[in-house]
Ligand binder design. Structure first.
Ligand SMILES: Nc1ncnc2c1ncn2[C@@H]1O[C@H](COP(=O)(O)OP(=O)(O)OP(=O)(O)O)[C@@H](O)[C@H]1O
Length: 590
Protein backbone atom coordinates (compact mmCIF):
# COMPACT_ATOMS: atom_id res chain seq x y z
CA UNK A 1 0.00 0.00 0.00
CA UNK A 2 1.77 3.13 -1.14
CA UNK A 3 -0.69 5.85 -0.13
CA UNK A 4 -2.39 6.46 3.17
CA UNK A 5 -5.97 5.24 3.03
CA UNK A 6 -8.33 8.19 3.29
CA UNK A 7 -10.06 8.36 6.65
CA UNK A 8 -13.48 8.00 5.05
CA UNK A 9 -12.84 4.57 3.51
CA UNK A 10 -15.39 2.23 5.10
CA UNK A 11 -13.80 -0.84 6.72
CA UNK A 12 -15.47 -3.27 4.30
CA UNK A 13 -13.75 -1.57 1.37
CA UNK A 14 -10.43 -1.92 3.10
CA UNK A 15 -11.22 -5.58 3.73
CA UNK A 16 -12.14 -6.12 0.09
CA UNK A 17 -8.83 -4.48 -0.83
CA UNK A 18 -6.95 -7.10 1.18
CA UNK A 19 -9.15 -9.95 -0.06
CA UNK A 20 -9.12 -8.97 -3.75
CA UNK A 21 -5.79 -10.66 -4.58
CA UNK A 22 -7.18 -13.91 -3.13
CA UNK A 23 -10.72 -13.66 -4.47
CA UNK A 24 -10.40 -16.77 -6.69
CA UNK A 25 -9.22 -19.06 -3.91
CA UNK A 26 -11.77 -17.58 -1.55
CA UNK A 27 -14.53 -18.22 -4.08
CA UNK A 28 -13.24 -21.76 -4.66
CA UNK A 29 -13.26 -22.38 -0.90
CA UNK A 30 -16.78 -21.01 -0.55
CA UNK A 31 -18.01 -23.11 -3.50
CA UNK A 32 -16.38 -26.23 -2.06
CA UNK A 33 -18.11 -25.68 1.28
CA UNK A 34 -21.44 -25.07 -0.50
CA UNK A 35 -20.85 -28.30 -2.42
CA UNK A 36 -20.04 -30.15 0.79
CA UNK A 37 -23.32 -28.79 2.21
CA UNK A 38 -25.24 -29.95 -0.88
CA UNK A 39 -23.71 -33.45 -0.62
CA UNK A 40 -24.81 -33.46 3.02
CA UNK A 41 -28.37 -32.61 1.89
CA UNK A 42 -28.47 -35.56 -0.52
CA UNK A 43 -27.61 -38.05 2.23
CA UNK A 44 -31.05 -38.03 3.92
CA UNK A 45 -32.70 -38.60 0.51
CA UNK A 46 -30.54 -41.69 -0.12
CA UNK A 47 -31.27 -42.82 3.44
CA UNK A 48 -34.98 -42.52 2.70
CA UNK A 49 -34.51 -44.71 -0.41
CA UNK A 50 -32.51 -47.21 1.61
CA UNK A 51 -35.26 -47.50 4.21
CA UNK A 52 -37.87 -47.88 1.48
CA UNK A 53 -35.84 -50.67 -0.18
CA UNK A 54 -35.32 -52.38 3.16
CA UNK A 55 -39.03 -52.41 3.89
CA UNK A 56 -39.78 -53.68 0.36
CA UNK A 57 -37.11 -56.41 0.73
CA UNK A 58 -35.10 -55.03 -2.16
CA UNK A 59 -31.25 -55.16 -2.20
CA UNK A 60 -29.63 -52.11 -0.62
CA UNK A 61 -26.02 -52.57 -1.82
CA UNK A 62 -26.30 -49.68 -4.27
CA UNK A 63 -27.56 -47.24 -1.66
CA UNK A 64 -24.97 -48.36 0.88
CA UNK A 65 -22.16 -47.82 -1.64
CA UNK A 66 -23.62 -44.47 -2.63
CA UNK A 67 -23.96 -43.36 1.00
CA UNK A 68 -20.38 -44.41 1.77
CA UNK A 69 -19.20 -42.54 -1.29
CA UNK A 70 -21.20 -39.47 -0.32
CA UNK A 71 -19.89 -39.55 3.26
CA UNK A 72 -16.29 -39.77 2.01
CA UNK A 73 -16.92 -37.07 -0.61
CA UNK A 74 -18.53 -34.85 2.03
CA UNK A 75 -15.55 -35.29 4.36
CA UNK A 76 -13.01 -34.68 1.58
CA UNK A 77 -14.86 -31.64 0.21
CA UNK A 78 -15.37 -30.25 3.73
CA UNK A 79 -11.69 -30.79 4.60
CA UNK A 80 -10.39 -29.25 1.39
CA UNK A 81 -12.83 -26.35 1.71
CA UNK A 82 -11.78 -25.56 5.25
CA UNK A 83 -8.08 -25.81 4.29
CA UNK A 84 -8.54 -23.52 1.27
CA UNK A 85 -10.53 -20.98 3.30
CA UNK A 86 -8.10 -20.97 6.20
CA UNK A 87 -5.15 -20.66 3.84
CA UNK A 88 -6.82 -17.72 2.10
CA UNK A 89 -7.54 -16.10 5.44
CA UNK A 90 -3.88 -16.49 6.45
CA UNK A 91 -2.86 -14.94 3.12
CA UNK A 92 -5.13 -11.97 3.84
CA UNK A 93 -3.46 -11.58 7.27
CA UNK A 94 -0.05 -11.86 5.59
CA UNK A 95 -0.97 -9.20 3.03
CA UNK A 96 -2.18 -6.81 5.75
CA UNK A 97 0.93 -7.43 7.89
CA UNK A 98 3.27 -6.83 4.97
CA UNK A 99 1.45 -3.68 3.87
CA UNK A 100 1.35 -2.33 7.40
CA UNK A 101 4.96 -3.13 8.29
CA UNK A 102 6.25 -1.61 5.02
CA UNK A 103 4.14 1.45 5.71
CA UNK A 104 5.30 1.84 9.29
CA UNK A 105 8.95 1.70 8.23
CA UNK A 106 8.27 4.67 5.98
CA UNK A 107 6.45 6.71 8.61
CA UNK A 108 7.60 10.27 8.91
CA UNK A 109 9.41 10.99 12.16
CA UNK A 110 6.70 13.57 12.95
CA UNK A 111 4.19 10.71 12.98
CA UNK A 112 6.45 8.57 15.15
CA UNK A 113 6.78 11.49 17.61
CA UNK A 114 2.99 11.50 17.96
CA UNK A 115 2.35 7.76 18.32
CA UNK A 116 3.29 4.97 20.68
CA UNK A 117 5.46 2.31 19.02
CA UNK A 118 3.88 -0.36 21.23
CA UNK A 119 0.41 0.55 19.97
CA UNK A 120 1.61 0.44 16.36
CA UNK A 121 3.11 -2.99 17.06
CA UNK A 122 -0.25 -4.18 18.41
CA UNK A 123 -1.87 -3.01 15.19
CA UNK A 124 0.52 -5.11 13.09
CA UNK A 125 0.40 -8.20 15.28
CA UNK A 126 -2.93 -8.34 17.07
CA UNK A 127 -5.33 -6.37 14.85
CA UNK A 128 -4.22 -8.09 11.65
CA UNK A 129 -4.86 -11.48 13.29
CA UNK A 130 -8.53 -10.54 13.59
CA UNK A 131 -8.75 -10.33 9.80
CA UNK A 132 -8.44 -14.12 9.67
CA UNK A 133 -11.89 -14.75 11.14
CA UNK A 134 -13.38 -11.85 9.24
CA UNK A 135 -12.27 -13.40 5.97
CA UNK A 136 -13.52 -16.92 6.63
CA UNK A 137 -16.44 -16.64 9.03
CA UNK A 138 -17.64 -13.24 8.01
CA UNK A 139 -17.15 -12.99 4.25
CA UNK A 140 -17.80 -16.66 3.50
CA UNK A 141 -20.58 -16.77 6.09
CA UNK A 142 -22.26 -13.78 4.48
CA UNK A 143 -21.92 -15.40 1.05
CA UNK A 144 -23.00 -18.95 1.82
CA UNK A 145 -25.50 -18.03 4.56
CA UNK A 146 -27.04 -15.31 2.38
CA UNK A 147 -27.26 -17.63 -0.62
CA UNK A 148 -28.89 -20.45 1.36
CA UNK A 149 -31.31 -18.00 2.99
CA UNK A 150 -32.42 -16.56 -0.33
CA UNK A 151 -32.77 -20.03 -1.91
CA UNK A 152 -34.83 -21.28 1.03
CA UNK A 153 -37.07 -18.19 0.99
CA UNK A 154 -37.66 -18.62 -2.77
CA UNK A 155 -38.66 -22.26 -2.30
CA UNK A 156 -40.90 -21.24 0.61
CA UNK A 157 -42.55 -18.67 -1.67
CA UNK A 158 -43.47 -21.44 -4.06
CA UNK A 159 -44.97 -23.48 -1.25
CA UNK A 160 -47.16 -20.68 0.16
CA UNK A 161 -46.91 -16.92 -0.38
CA UNK A 162 -48.98 -15.91 2.65
CA UNK A 163 -46.94 -17.98 5.08
CA UNK A 164 -43.77 -16.60 3.47
CA UNK A 165 -45.03 -13.06 4.15
CA UNK A 166 -45.61 -14.02 7.81
CA UNK A 167 -42.09 -15.50 8.06
CA UNK A 168 -40.55 -12.49 6.37
CA UNK A 169 -42.32 -10.20 8.85
CA UNK A 170 -40.61 -12.00 11.72
CA UNK A 171 -37.24 -12.06 9.88
CA UNK A 172 -37.37 -8.31 9.17
CA UNK A 173 -38.29 -7.53 12.78
CA UNK A 174 -35.33 -9.64 13.95
CA UNK A 175 -33.04 -7.85 11.51
CA UNK A 176 -34.08 -4.52 13.04
CA UNK A 177 -33.34 -5.75 16.58
CA UNK A 178 -29.97 -7.14 15.51
CA UNK A 179 -29.28 -3.85 13.74
CA UNK A 180 -29.51 -2.17 17.15
CA UNK A 181 -27.14 -4.67 18.77
CA UNK A 182 -24.45 -4.67 16.07
CA UNK A 183 -22.95 -1.19 16.73
CA UNK A 184 -22.49 -2.18 20.36
CA UNK A 185 -20.38 -5.18 19.33
CA UNK A 186 -18.33 -2.84 17.17
CA UNK A 187 -17.82 -0.31 19.95
CA UNK A 188 -16.82 -2.91 22.52
CA UNK A 189 -14.43 -4.62 20.07
CA UNK A 190 -12.84 -1.31 19.22
CA UNK A 191 -12.29 -0.52 22.90
CA UNK A 192 -10.91 -4.01 23.52
CA UNK A 193 -8.39 -3.61 20.70
CA UNK A 194 -7.48 -0.11 21.85
CA UNK A 195 -6.77 -1.55 25.27
CA UNK A 196 -4.48 -4.15 23.66
CA UNK A 197 -2.72 -1.21 21.99
CA UNK A 198 -2.35 0.55 25.35
CA UNK A 199 -0.92 -2.68 26.76
CA UNK A 200 1.58 -2.87 23.91
CA UNK A 201 2.61 0.74 24.49
CA UNK A 202 3.05 0.19 28.25
CA UNK A 203 5.01 -3.02 27.66
CA UNK A 204 7.30 -1.30 25.21
CA UNK A 205 7.83 1.55 27.66
CA UNK A 206 8.64 -0.78 30.55
CA UNK A 207 10.77 -3.31 28.68
CA UNK A 208 12.68 -0.50 26.97
CA UNK A 209 13.78 0.83 30.35
CA UNK A 210 13.49 -2.18 32.66
CA UNK A 211 16.70 -1.34 34.50
CA UNK A 212 15.44 2.16 35.29
CA UNK A 213 12.03 0.78 36.29
CA UNK A 214 13.71 -1.66 38.69
CA UNK A 215 16.16 0.92 39.99
CA UNK A 216 13.24 3.29 40.63
CA UNK A 217 11.29 0.57 42.39
CA UNK A 218 8.45 1.25 39.95
CA UNK A 219 7.58 -2.37 39.07
CA UNK A 220 4.43 -2.32 41.14
CA UNK A 221 3.05 0.86 39.56
CA UNK A 222 3.94 -0.27 36.05
CA UNK A 223 2.36 -3.64 36.78
CA UNK A 224 -0.86 -1.85 37.71
CA UNK A 225 -0.90 0.04 34.40
CA UNK A 226 -0.37 -3.19 32.46
CA UNK A 227 -2.99 -5.08 34.43
CA UNK A 228 -5.58 -2.34 34.08
CA UNK A 229 -5.07 -2.30 30.28
CA UNK A 230 -5.39 -6.11 30.19
CA UNK A 231 -8.53 -5.92 32.34
CA UNK A 232 -10.05 -3.23 30.14
CA UNK A 233 -9.48 -5.46 27.12
CA UNK A 234 -11.11 -8.35 28.99
CA UNK A 235 -14.09 -6.22 30.05
CA UNK A 236 -14.72 -4.95 26.53
CA UNK A 237 -14.21 -8.39 24.93
CA UNK A 238 -16.70 -9.85 27.39
CA UNK A 239 -19.11 -7.07 26.51
CA UNK A 240 -18.65 -7.82 22.81
CA UNK A 241 -19.23 -11.52 23.55
CA UNK A 242 -22.42 -10.63 25.44
CA UNK A 243 -23.82 -8.61 22.55
CA UNK A 244 -22.79 -11.32 20.06
CA UNK A 245 -24.58 -13.92 22.16
CA UNK A 246 -27.63 -11.64 22.36
CA UNK A 247 -27.64 -11.31 18.57
CA UNK A 248 -27.34 -15.10 18.13
CA UNK A 249 -30.12 -15.78 20.61
CA UNK A 250 -32.36 -13.16 19.02
CA UNK A 251 -31.99 -15.07 15.76
CA UNK A 252 -32.84 -18.38 17.49
CA UNK A 253 -35.83 -16.80 19.22
CA UNK A 254 -37.03 -15.32 15.94
CA UNK A 255 -37.17 -18.78 14.38
CA UNK A 256 -39.26 -20.06 17.30
CA UNK A 257 -41.57 -17.05 16.98
CA UNK A 258 -41.80 -17.60 13.21
CA UNK A 259 -42.60 -21.27 13.85
CA UNK A 260 -45.43 -20.44 16.26
CA UNK A 261 -46.80 -17.68 14.01
CA UNK A 262 -46.67 -19.89 10.92
CA UNK A 263 -48.36 -22.67 12.92
CA UNK A 264 -51.17 -20.33 13.98
CA UNK A 265 -51.68 -18.59 10.63
CA UNK A 266 -51.11 -21.84 8.70
CA UNK A 267 -53.54 -23.71 10.99
CA UNK A 268 -56.19 -21.10 10.22
CA UNK A 269 -55.47 -21.43 6.50
CA UNK A 270 -55.77 -25.22 6.73
CA UNK A 271 -59.10 -24.74 8.57
CA UNK A 272 -60.42 -22.49 5.80
CA UNK A 273 -59.15 -24.92 3.18
CA UNK A 274 -56.71 -22.45 1.65
CA UNK A 275 -53.84 -24.97 1.99
CA UNK A 276 -53.63 -28.65 2.89
CA UNK A 277 -51.96 -30.06 5.98
CA UNK A 278 -49.01 -31.44 3.96
CA UNK A 279 -48.14 -27.93 2.75
CA UNK A 280 -48.22 -26.63 6.32
CA UNK A 281 -45.90 -29.42 7.53
CA UNK A 282 -43.49 -28.81 4.65
CA UNK A 283 -43.51 -25.08 5.36
CA UNK A 284 -42.80 -25.63 9.05
CA UNK A 285 -39.84 -27.84 8.13
CA UNK A 286 -38.53 -25.03 5.94
CA UNK A 287 -38.89 -22.58 8.81
CA UNK A 288 -36.58 -24.79 10.86
CA UNK A 289 -34.27 -25.15 7.91
CA UNK A 290 -33.91 -21.33 7.95
CA UNK A 291 -32.29 -21.51 11.38
CA UNK A 292 -28.84 -22.48 10.09
CA UNK A 293 -28.34 -19.76 7.42
CA UNK A 294 -29.82 -17.08 9.67
CA UNK A 295 -27.49 -17.98 12.51
CA UNK A 296 -24.60 -18.16 10.08
CA UNK A 297 -25.48 -14.67 8.84
CA UNK A 298 -25.82 -13.23 12.32
CA UNK A 299 -22.51 -14.82 13.32
CA UNK A 300 -20.93 -13.32 10.20
CA UNK A 301 -22.27 -9.86 11.00
CA UNK A 302 -21.12 -10.06 14.64
CA UNK A 303 -17.70 -11.29 13.52
CA UNK A 304 -17.50 -8.51 10.99
CA UNK A 305 -17.99 -5.94 13.77
CA UNK A 306 -14.87 -7.18 15.57
CA UNK A 307 -12.99 -7.28 12.29
CA UNK A 308 -14.13 -3.84 11.25
CA UNK A 309 -12.91 -2.39 14.57
CA UNK A 310 -9.51 -3.95 13.80
CA UNK A 311 -9.69 -2.71 10.20
CA UNK A 312 -10.36 0.82 11.42
CA UNK A 313 -7.29 0.64 13.66
CA UNK A 314 -5.21 -0.66 10.76
CA UNK A 315 -6.58 2.10 8.57
CA UNK A 316 -5.65 4.73 11.17
CA UNK A 317 -2.05 3.50 11.10
CA UNK A 318 -2.12 3.66 7.30
CA UNK A 319 -3.34 7.27 7.48
CA UNK A 320 -0.29 8.49 9.40
CA UNK A 321 2.00 10.68 7.31
CA UNK A 322 4.67 8.62 5.57
CA UNK A 323 7.59 9.29 3.29
CA UNK A 324 7.07 8.52 -0.39
CA UNK A 325 8.11 5.08 -1.59
CA UNK A 326 11.17 5.09 -3.77
CA UNK A 327 13.97 2.75 -4.67
CA UNK A 328 16.93 2.47 -2.30
CA UNK A 329 19.78 4.62 -3.60
CA UNK A 330 23.31 3.26 -4.01
CA UNK A 331 25.92 4.58 -1.59
CA UNK A 332 28.39 7.14 -2.93
CA UNK A 333 31.47 5.63 -4.61
CA UNK A 334 35.01 5.94 -3.25
CA UNK A 335 35.67 8.94 -5.49
CA UNK A 336 32.48 10.85 -4.51
CA UNK A 337 33.01 14.52 -3.72
CA UNK A 338 32.28 15.75 -0.19
CA UNK A 339 29.05 17.67 0.23
CA UNK A 340 28.44 21.29 1.19
CA UNK A 341 25.57 22.33 3.46
CA UNK A 342 23.77 25.62 3.95
CA UNK A 343 20.91 26.87 6.10
CA UNK A 344 19.19 30.09 5.01
CA UNK A 345 16.77 31.78 7.42
CA UNK A 346 15.46 28.46 8.67
CA UNK A 347 12.52 28.66 11.03
CA UNK A 348 11.32 25.40 12.45
CA UNK A 349 9.15 23.96 15.20
CA UNK A 350 8.41 20.30 15.92
CA UNK A 351 4.64 20.80 15.84
CA UNK A 352 2.19 23.63 15.26
CA UNK A 353 1.36 23.75 18.98
CA UNK A 354 5.01 23.89 20.07
CA UNK A 355 7.32 26.92 20.19
CA UNK A 356 9.83 27.54 17.43
CA UNK A 357 13.17 25.78 17.93
CA UNK A 358 14.97 27.57 15.08
CA UNK A 359 14.23 31.27 14.68
CA UNK A 360 15.99 31.99 11.39
CA UNK A 361 19.14 29.87 11.39
CA UNK A 362 21.68 30.77 8.70
CA UNK A 363 25.14 29.27 8.13
CA UNK A 364 27.20 27.78 5.34
CA UNK A 365 29.47 24.77 5.53
CA UNK A 366 31.76 24.31 2.52
CA UNK A 367 32.70 20.85 1.26
CA UNK A 368 35.44 19.13 3.28
CA UNK A 369 36.69 19.96 6.75
CA UNK A 370 35.16 19.81 10.19
CA UNK A 371 32.46 22.12 11.50
CA UNK A 372 31.50 21.98 15.18
CA UNK A 373 28.18 23.15 16.59
CA UNK A 374 28.32 24.36 20.16
CA UNK A 375 25.93 26.14 22.48
CA UNK A 376 23.82 25.64 25.58
CA UNK A 377 21.51 22.66 25.91
CA UNK A 378 18.33 23.10 23.90
CA UNK A 379 19.91 25.63 21.54
CA UNK A 380 18.79 23.56 18.54
CA UNK A 381 22.04 21.81 17.55
CA UNK A 382 20.65 18.29 17.17
CA UNK A 383 17.69 19.78 15.32
CA UNK A 384 20.15 21.01 12.65
CA UNK A 385 21.07 17.37 11.96
CA UNK A 386 17.44 16.23 11.96
CA UNK A 387 16.63 18.85 9.32
CA UNK A 388 19.61 17.82 7.16
CA UNK A 389 18.41 14.17 7.29
CA UNK A 390 14.94 15.49 6.38
CA UNK A 391 13.37 13.82 9.38
CA UNK A 392 11.47 17.11 9.46
CA UNK A 393 10.99 19.97 7.02
CA UNK A 394 11.52 23.60 8.02
CA UNK A 395 8.48 25.85 8.17
CA UNK A 396 10.36 28.71 6.51
CA UNK A 397 13.77 29.08 4.90
CA UNK A 398 15.83 26.62 2.91
CA UNK A 399 18.33 23.90 3.71
CA UNK A 400 20.61 22.91 0.85
CA UNK A 401 23.05 20.11 0.26
CA UNK A 402 25.42 20.75 -2.64
CA UNK A 403 23.52 24.02 -3.23
CA UNK A 404 20.41 21.99 -4.00
CA UNK A 405 17.37 22.47 -1.70
CA UNK A 406 16.70 19.29 0.25
CA UNK A 407 13.12 19.28 -1.03
CA UNK A 408 14.51 18.66 -4.55
CA UNK A 409 16.48 15.60 -3.48
CA UNK A 410 15.23 12.08 -3.81
CA UNK A 411 15.06 11.06 -0.15
CA UNK A 412 17.04 7.79 -0.36
CA UNK A 413 19.64 9.53 -2.51
CA UNK A 414 19.96 12.31 0.09
CA UNK A 415 20.30 9.88 2.97
CA UNK A 416 22.75 7.65 1.14
CA UNK A 417 25.10 10.64 0.96
CA UNK A 418 25.05 11.06 4.75
CA UNK A 419 26.51 9.11 7.67
CA UNK A 420 24.77 9.97 10.94
CA UNK A 421 25.74 9.02 14.47
CA UNK A 422 22.85 9.87 16.76
CA UNK A 423 23.22 11.35 20.20
CA UNK A 424 22.60 8.08 22.06
CA UNK A 425 24.40 5.95 19.45
CA UNK A 426 21.73 3.26 19.12
CA UNK A 427 22.87 -0.30 18.57
CA UNK A 428 20.30 -2.81 17.35
CA UNK A 429 19.95 -6.37 18.61
CA UNK A 430 21.74 -8.86 16.38
CA UNK A 431 25.44 -9.43 15.89
CA UNK A 432 28.19 -6.84 15.97
CA UNK A 433 28.65 -7.39 12.24
CA UNK A 434 24.90 -6.90 11.55
CA UNK A 435 25.21 -3.56 13.29
CA UNK A 436 28.23 -2.48 11.31
CA UNK A 437 26.67 -3.52 8.00
CA UNK A 438 23.31 -1.89 8.74
CA UNK A 439 24.13 1.15 6.64
CA UNK A 440 26.16 -0.66 4.01
CA UNK A 441 25.33 -4.35 3.68
CA UNK A 442 27.69 -4.71 0.70
CA UNK A 443 30.82 -3.63 2.54
CA UNK A 444 33.59 -6.22 2.05
CA UNK A 445 35.66 -7.85 4.81
CA UNK A 446 38.57 -5.54 4.16
CA UNK A 447 36.47 -2.41 4.64
CA UNK A 448 34.99 -3.85 7.84
CA UNK A 449 38.44 -4.74 9.16
CA UNK A 450 39.74 -1.24 8.39
CA UNK A 451 36.85 0.52 10.06
CA UNK A 452 37.02 -1.78 13.10
CA UNK A 453 40.67 -0.82 13.44
CA UNK A 454 40.18 2.93 13.04
CA UNK A 455 37.36 2.99 15.58
CA UNK A 456 39.49 0.91 17.95
CA UNK A 457 36.98 -1.89 18.07
CA UNK A 458 39.65 -4.48 17.17
CA UNK A 459 40.48 -5.11 20.84
CA UNK A 460 36.83 -5.75 21.62
CA UNK A 461 36.36 -8.03 18.59
CA UNK A 462 39.42 -10.06 19.62
CA UNK A 463 38.07 -10.41 23.15
CA UNK A 464 34.55 -11.47 22.20
CA UNK A 465 33.96 -15.23 22.00
CA UNK A 466 32.48 -15.15 18.50
CA UNK A 467 34.26 -12.01 17.33
CA UNK A 468 32.16 -9.98 14.91
CA UNK A 469 29.43 -12.62 15.03
CA UNK A 470 28.84 -12.07 18.75
CA UNK A 471 25.27 -11.05 19.56
CA UNK A 472 25.12 -7.67 21.24
CA UNK A 473 21.72 -8.06 22.93
CA UNK A 474 18.64 -5.87 22.83
CA UNK A 475 19.79 -2.28 22.13
CA UNK A 476 23.38 -3.46 22.43
CA UNK A 477 23.13 -3.98 26.19
CA UNK A 478 26.11 -6.35 26.13
CA UNK A 479 28.35 -3.46 25.09
CA UNK A 480 29.61 -0.57 27.18
CA UNK A 481 28.46 2.97 26.40
CA UNK A 482 31.78 3.82 24.80
CA UNK A 483 31.75 0.61 22.74
CA UNK A 484 28.26 1.39 21.51
CA UNK A 485 29.42 4.81 20.40
CA UNK A 486 32.37 3.35 18.53
CA UNK A 487 30.08 0.80 16.85
CA UNK A 488 27.81 3.65 15.76
CA UNK A 489 30.76 5.62 14.40
CA UNK A 490 32.15 2.56 12.59
CA UNK A 491 28.72 1.98 11.06
CA UNK A 492 28.58 5.55 9.78
CA UNK A 493 32.16 5.42 8.44
CA UNK A 494 31.47 2.18 6.59
CA UNK A 495 29.02 4.06 4.38
CA UNK A 496 31.88 6.26 3.15
CA UNK A 497 29.53 9.24 3.43
CA UNK A 498 29.91 12.54 1.61
CA UNK A 499 28.70 14.20 4.80
CA UNK A 500 29.37 12.73 8.23
CA UNK A 501 27.30 14.01 11.16
CA UNK A 502 28.39 13.12 14.67
CA UNK A 503 26.17 14.12 17.58
CA UNK A 504 28.35 14.16 20.70
CA UNK A 505 29.90 11.03 19.29
CA UNK A 506 32.87 11.01 21.59
CA UNK A 507 31.11 11.97 24.81
CA UNK A 508 31.36 8.53 26.39
CA UNK A 509 34.85 7.63 25.32
CA UNK A 510 37.86 7.47 27.59
CA UNK A 511 40.78 9.78 26.94
CA UNK A 512 42.79 7.25 24.89
CA UNK A 513 39.90 6.21 22.67
CA UNK A 514 38.73 9.78 22.31
CA UNK A 515 42.15 10.94 21.17
CA UNK A 516 42.30 8.07 18.69
CA UNK A 517 38.86 8.82 17.32
CA UNK A 518 39.64 12.49 17.12
CA UNK A 519 42.54 11.60 14.85
CA UNK A 520 40.28 9.36 12.78
CA UNK A 521 37.67 12.09 12.43
CA UNK A 522 40.36 14.65 11.53
CA UNK A 523 41.57 12.20 8.91
CA UNK A 524 38.05 11.66 7.56
CA UNK A 525 37.48 15.43 7.49
CA UNK A 526 40.28 15.76 4.93
CA UNK A 527 38.15 13.98 2.34
CA UNK A 528 34.62 14.37 3.72
CA UNK A 529 32.48 17.12 5.21
CA UNK A 530 32.18 16.46 8.93
CA UNK A 531 29.63 18.14 11.21
CA UNK A 532 29.96 17.56 14.94
CA UNK A 533 27.70 18.59 17.79
CA UNK A 534 30.36 18.99 20.43
CA UNK A 535 30.26 19.33 24.17
CA UNK A 536 34.00 18.97 24.60
CA UNK A 537 36.41 21.62 23.56
CA UNK A 538 38.98 19.00 22.64
CA UNK A 539 36.72 18.24 19.66
CA UNK A 540 36.04 21.89 19.03
CA UNK A 541 39.60 23.16 18.98
CA UNK A 542 40.48 20.93 16.08
CA UNK A 543 37.46 22.10 14.05
CA UNK A 544 37.98 24.26 11.00
CA UNK A 545 34.88 26.23 11.89
CA UNK A 546 32.66 26.51 14.94
CA UNK A 547 29.01 27.55 14.80
CA UNK A 548 27.88 28.95 18.14
CA UNK A 549 24.15 28.52 18.64
CA UNK A 550 21.92 30.00 21.31
CA UNK A 551 18.14 29.70 21.65
CA UNK A 552 17.56 28.72 18.03
CA UNK A 553 19.88 31.29 16.46
CA UNK A 554 23.43 31.33 15.19
CA UNK A 555 25.39 33.77 17.39
CA UNK A 556 28.80 33.52 15.83
CA UNK A 557 30.94 31.51 13.45
CA UNK A 558 34.72 31.24 13.60
CA UNK A 559 37.66 29.24 14.86
CA UNK A 560 38.23 28.55 18.51
CA UNK A 561 40.90 31.25 18.66
CA UNK A 562 38.69 33.84 16.95
CA UNK A 563 35.63 33.06 19.03
CA UNK A 564 37.33 33.14 22.40
CA UNK A 565 38.12 36.77 21.68
CA UNK A 566 34.99 37.73 19.79
CA UNK A 567 32.05 35.92 21.35
CA UNK A 568 31.36 36.30 25.09
CA UNK A 569 29.11 33.20 25.23
CA UNK A 570 31.74 31.07 23.55
CA UNK A 571 34.44 32.54 25.79
CA UNK A 572 32.32 31.65 28.80
CA UNK A 573 31.70 28.13 27.52
CA UNK A 574 35.39 27.74 26.91
CA UNK A 575 36.28 29.09 30.34
CA UNK A 576 33.80 26.96 32.26
CA UNK A 577 33.64 23.71 30.30
CA UNK A 578 36.45 23.52 27.92
CA UNK A 579 40.05 24.60 27.65
CA UNK A 580 42.01 27.81 27.31
CA UNK A 581 42.48 29.48 23.93
CA UNK A 582 46.14 28.49 23.88
CA UNK A 583 45.19 24.85 23.52
CA UNK A 584 43.93 25.50 20.04
CA UNK A 585 46.09 24.01 17.34
CA UNK A 586 46.75 26.37 14.48
CA UNK A 587 44.00 25.58 12.00
CA UNK A 588 42.88 27.73 9.12
CA UNK A 589 39.19 28.39 8.47
CA UNK A 590 38.21 26.89 5.15
N1 LIG B 1 11.06 15.39 18.69
C1 LIG B 1 10.86 16.54 19.33
N2 LIG B 1 9.61 16.98 19.55
C2 LIG B 1 9.40 18.12 20.20
N3 LIG B 1 10.37 18.93 20.68
C3 LIG B 1 11.64 18.56 20.50
C4 LIG B 1 11.95 17.34 19.83
N4 LIG B 1 13.29 17.21 19.80
C5 LIG B 1 13.79 18.31 20.42
N5 LIG B 1 12.80 19.11 20.84
C6 LIG B 1 12.97 20.41 21.51
O1 LIG B 1 13.70 21.26 20.66
C7 LIG B 1 14.62 22.04 21.38
C8 LIG B 1 16.03 21.93 20.76
O2 LIG B 1 16.45 20.59 20.86
P1 LIG B 1 17.86 20.09 20.31
O3 LIG B 1 17.94 18.63 20.60
O4 LIG B 1 18.03 20.52 18.91
O5 LIG B 1 18.86 20.90 21.23
P2 LIG B 1 20.41 20.72 21.42
O6 LIG B 1 20.99 22.06 21.21
O7 LIG B 1 20.93 19.63 20.57
O8 LIG B 1 20.47 20.33 22.94
P3 LIG B 1 21.49 19.32 23.72
O9 LIG B 1 22.81 19.98 23.71
O10 LIG B 1 20.89 19.29 25.11
O11 LIG B 1 21.43 18.03 23.02
C9 LIG B 1 14.56 21.57 22.81
O12 LIG B 1 13.87 22.53 23.56
C10 LIG B 1 13.79 20.28 22.76
O13 LIG B 1 12.96 20.15 23.88
Amino acid sequence: MSRPAPRTTPPWRLLLGYVRPHRRTLLAGALLSLLAGAVGLVLPLVARELIADLSDDRPIGGELALMTGLVVLDAVLGGVASYVLRRTAESVVLGARKALSSYLLRLRITAVDRTEPGDLMARITSDTTLLREVTTDSLVGLGTGGLTLVATLVVMGFVDGVLLAVTLGVVVFTALVIGLIVPRINRASRRAQDAVGVMGASLERVLGALRTVKASGAEHREEKTLHSAAEESWRQSVRAAMWSAAAGNTAGLAIQVAFITVLAVGGARVATGAIDIGTLVAFLLFVFYLMSPIQQLVGAIAQYQTGSAALTRIQEALSLPAEPTSRPAPLPGADAEPASVAFTDVRFRYAADLPFVHHGVTFTVPARGMTAFVGPSGAGKTTVFSLIERFYDPEEGVVTLDVRPLADWDLPELRSAIGYVEQDAPVLSGSLLDNLLLGNPDADDDAVRRVVKTTRLDGLVARLPQGLETLVGHRGTKLSGGERQRVAIARALLRRPRLLMLDEATSQLDAVNEAALRDTVADVARSTTVLVVAHRLSTVTMADRIVVMEAGRVRAVGTHRELVGADPLYAELAATQFLAADDSPEQPVN
